[in-house]
Ligand binder design. Sequence first.
Ligand code: KMT
Ligand code: NI
Length: 178
Amino acid sequence: MEAWYMDQSEEDQRLPHKLEPNEPVSLEELQKLGVFYWKLNADIYETDPELQKIREEHGYSYMDIITIPRDTLPNYEEKLKMFYEEHLHLDDEIRYILDGRAYFDIRDEDDRWIRISMDKGDLITLPAGIYHRFTLDETNYTKAMRLFVGEPVWKAYNRPADHFEIRQNWALVHCNSS
Ligand code: KMT
Ligand code: NI
């Protein structure tokens, strides 16, 4: 996992979009925004006691696996376009990269885009109410486990979605108005 502030360029979303010079974002800064991260051994995900422990402790009872190689996911281009629309959910978004790579972009408290580059073995949770988006990188391939507390709700609310209480709570906790 590696995170950085994005440049403003309109070029291909699959490019890294690092600033020049690079402006990295630390794990502590991500935690302050409510983002949590674990590194696991994805080769043993089916039997991994560490993953089991995280799932039990956080109540991640639901899981499925999504593979996104170019052309095989039904409505591939359409889905990817949807994932890259800035949105929020009313629940945490929990993703574990089992293979390949992916970018999760989140908005910080000043509305700047942070790009989180996720590799095999990276598990991340984005808090309910944070604005974010998703894209593949230039390798065009990821296999990810989706985890959820209870029955999954995939509904995404595109920005603006500021009227939701969960959004207002996120802003209250993470944005100080000074
Ligand atoms: C979302 O809601 O942002 C997603 O589910 C991203 C795709 S998960 C590999
Ligand atoms: Ni999402």
